[in-house]
Design a protein around this ligand. Structure first.
Ligand code: ADP
Ligand code: MG
Length: 748
């Protein structure tokens, strides 16, 4: 008997070979397959008549093939097909359509889906590159036909080439659902479902795959039918349940109850270089209140670039250190870690307490690492500053009291969890800091286990940054601005998307192919993939080559910026080289820092007043905002110059326009979220956020809220609405879901 947890290999029509293909798509079991939902639907119950179409609309059409021809134009081969219904006809065109030759036969019925465009010929319309399916012949077995036409037909993302495309999936799922009738176990308590007016699981699955006639198409396309809502809710409910349990469990764990007495306050005063803003004071008070409680702190500190998060973190860490504990500060890049290290040493030097600060990053040589580790282990380090190395290299602390994670959006939630699991006498407090203003509803729901503090005020004396979009052709003017600022005693950054020649694989390659949105990149494996894709598309579109940091460093030194002191900084330098360059830039021994996006987050040199970003069209919005945040940190007027070369996609144009229009990180984040979708926005894959099967955080905000409420209610009193059996199943599924989806073993 095939059940939900049966490996797909044992499903009729799927053998080991197809199972392997499915496995690559993350589909291992029957259940996985059933949760591969259609990404759109075609109304083949009421297909449109050709004579009724209007230009501009998206339409589903069923028509007969009347003729095909492959046109070999000078630029590319175009496959053209004429389809008809009675006396009406329509043209369909596919560019580079050689692969379609011989695919269609005259007289065949095809289902087409695409945008209706006016045609040059007097009558009728055309569709450019419509999606198509050849429909089974009239005498084909009834059942097959019945899945293709005369119904609302689900269209799936292929699970492996044309072989495992829509039709195949449709048939497999149809048979599975029939076979499983009455055997799809419910995952949510019945009373809960009926209160929320949601269908049971089996019905929901049936309806999303094969919507009954009369289901409004608009609801289907928006994933807003009761069936969709139920499945999305289910996924979010289990996520939120897990978070809720985590939060509760943590509350019961023993943490440090730090004291914040006069002695501690005095210690903090000694290191403060300026008067904190009201917001900084408020936020610190929130943090310290948590630290004084015996339960471990889990707090998210959100504050736009330049709002002054670092000093708040340092103060919190002093509290822990003064209580005899160690403090750790984790940064997403070596450069940022190094900068924090240098800044912390400088600040702490002023204190009479003799704090011992230790830096630990991946590219330190082995001896230094060993030494750092030993000092951390023996409690000879009070403040430890580092990168991932802190978690990845099993650093053991003598007595860690607080962990601060800087620029959290570059770290995974999972890593956050891992760090928290360090063996320790008591659970350390954790403060997570981010400049990404996650929309409040989302952060509260998604980071359900974190309390939120917001730094909503910039330190005094800042002047707004002047942002300009400038085409390459005016480069000379740009360099003039840079020279002028240097003449006035300021410094500048010039940022490039790549380290050197645009051809090789680069860790900092930070752009995607022209159609896709750029994305931040820290995982070299992905960078490689992107680089490959970019290479491919480069050959397709003959993209002009990119200017790179290394080349432009040489070039500018010899030409436009001759006589200025230039520095070159990128991710391939080792830790010491980076430290040297950063120090020199900080001491103003370097006028212009030519760099890649390694300086994107956190770097703080208030004397820098110009940020030039070349190939700005290739950077994502969040990235541009972060980069711009490197200037405007002092009182001097600052400039951000977005240079663009060549063609700019409409999406890139929109990003640049937004940058010029506003400096409000929150507004930019909302726009970014809309432009990129939540997956990319939160950097799902790289940040280790749950990769949802069906939920979409942007679209499903309301359901996320609902799931949060309902999960809290359920965890609070599980027996209120669920039978013993239902509860058992919820806990079991929760454990399973958290293990499988989020890689966490503990739950329930
Ligand atoms: P971010 O929140 O982006 O990490 P930083 O902590 O790097 O910001 O602070 C940005 C700059 O503002 C730094 O140069 C810091 O020294 C300065 N700064 C922070 N708080 C204040 C303050 N209250 N008064 C003056 N300058 C401040
Ligand atoms: Mg910072």
């Amino acid at each position: 008997m095939v059940l939900l947890d049966t490996p797909v290999q044992f499903v009729k029509g799927i053998g080991p070979q197809i199972a392997a293909m499915l496995g690559e798509k993350g589909i291992a079991t029957v259940e996985d397959l059933l949760y591969h939902l259609p990404f759109r639907y075609e109304d083949r119950l009421h297909p449109r008549a050709l004579s009724e179409l209007t230009p501009g609309e998206m339409a589903s059409v069923i028509a007969e093939v009347r003729g095909t021809v492959l046109l070999r134009t000078r630029s590319m081969p175009i496959f053209e097909m004429t389809v008809g219904q009675g006396t009406s006809s329509m043209k369909c065109m596919w560019f580079h359509g050689t692969y379609l030759e011989g695919k269609f036969k005259t007289g065949q019925m095809v289902a087409l889906y695409g945008k209706v465009e006016p045609s040059r010929s007097a009558r009728g319309f055309k569709m450019i590159q419509p999606q198509f399916e050849i429909l089974p012949e009239g005498e084909a077995e009834d059942e097959t036909r019945m899945l293709e036409v005369g119904r609302i037909t689900p269209v799936y993302e292929s699970l492996g080439g044309s072989r495992l495309a829509s039709r195949w999936i449709r048939r497999i799922i149809y048979h599975l659902l029939r076979h499983l009738e009455g055997h799809v176990p419910e995952t949510l308590p019945a009373a809960l479902l009926s209160r929320l007016e949601m269908p049971n699981r089996e019905e929901a699955l049936r309806c999303v795959h094969f919507p009954p006639p009369g289901t409004p198409m608009s609801h289907l396309q928006a994933s807003a039918t009761p069936a969709h809502r139920r499945l999305i809710f289910e996924e979010l409910f289990y996520l939120e349940c897990g978070l809720e349990l985590k939060r509760r469990k943590l509350q019961q764990r023993a943490g440090f109850a730090f004291e914040a007495n006069e002695k501690v306050r005095e210690a903090i005063r000694q290191i403060l270089p300026f008067h904190p803003t009201t917001a900084q004071k408020r936020v610190l008070a929130e943090i310290v209140a948590d630290m004084r409680k015996p339960a471990p702190m889990r707090r998210l500190l959100q504050g736009d670039v330049g709002s002054g998060k670092t000093i708040v973190a340092l103060q919190a860490m002093i509290v822990a250190i003064e209580n005899g504990c160690q403090a750790a500060l984790m940064a997403p890049t070596e450069i940022l870690a190094t900068q924090h290290y240098l800044a912390a040493r400088k600040l702490l030097e002023k204190s009479s307490r003799g704090y011992r600060v230790v830096l630990l990053t991946g590219s330190l040589d082995d001896d230094k690492k060993k030494l750092a580790r030993r000092r951390i282990f023996h409690g000879e380090a009070d403040l430890v500053i580092g990168t991932h190395a802190l978690i990845e290299e099993k650093v053991e602390f003598a007595n860690i009291g607080i962990v601060v994670v800087d620029e959290q959006h570059r770290f995974g939630v999972l890593q956050r969890f891992r760090l928290m699991k360090k063996p320790n006498a008591a659970e350390p407090d954790v403060l997570v800091m981010t400049a990404t203003p996650i929309p409040r509803t989302l952060s509260l729901s998604l980071y359900g286990d974190l309390d939120l503090s917001v730094l909503d005020e910039l330190p005094p004396g800042r002047t707004p940054i002047i942002t300009k979009q400038v085409s390459d052709e005016r480069a000379e003017d740009v360099w003039k601005v840079v020279r002028e600022q240097v003449r006035r005693g300021h410094q500048a950054y010039v940022v490039y998307p790549v380290i050197e020649g645009s051809k090789d694989d680069q860790p900092e390659l930070d752009f995607a192919p022209p159609e896709a949105e750029p994305e931040t990149e820290i995982d070299p494996k992905r960078a490689k993939k992107t680089a490959k894709a970019a290479k491919k598309s480069a050959s397709l579109f003959e993209k002009p080559s990119l200017k790179s940091a290394t080349e432009m460093y040489e070039n500018l030194q010899a030409t436009h910026l001759k006589g200025l002191r230039l520095g070159l900084l990128h991710g391939r330098l080792d830790a010491e080289e980076k430290e040297i360059i950063m120090r020199r830039f900080q001491r103003a021994d370097i006028d212009v820092l030519i760099s890649t996006t390694v300086i994107e987050v956190g770097v703080d040199v208030p004397n820098a007043s110009v940020m030039v970003i070349e190939h700005a069209e290739r950077f994502g919005l969040a990235q541009l905002h972060q980069l711009r945040g490197r200037v405007g940190r002092g009182a001097a007027k600052s400039y951000c110059i977005l240079m663009t070369g060549g063609k700019i996609s409409p999406a890139a144009e929109e990003r640049l326009a937004a940058m010029v229009r506003t400096q409000d990180g929150f507004e930019l984040a909302e726009l970014d979220l809309q432009l990129r979708g939540p997956g990319e926005f939160f950097g799902t894959r790289q940040a280790g956020l749950p990769d949802f099967r069906i939920a979409n955080l942007l679209r499903d905000r309301a359901l996320l809220e609902l799931a949060k409420q309902e999960s809290a209610r359920f965890v609070e009193s599980p027996s209120a609405e669920a039978t013993a059996d239902e509860r058992k199943r919820v806990w079991a599924r929760l454990r399973d879901a958290w293990q499988r989806r989020y890689g966490l073993v503990e739950a329930g």
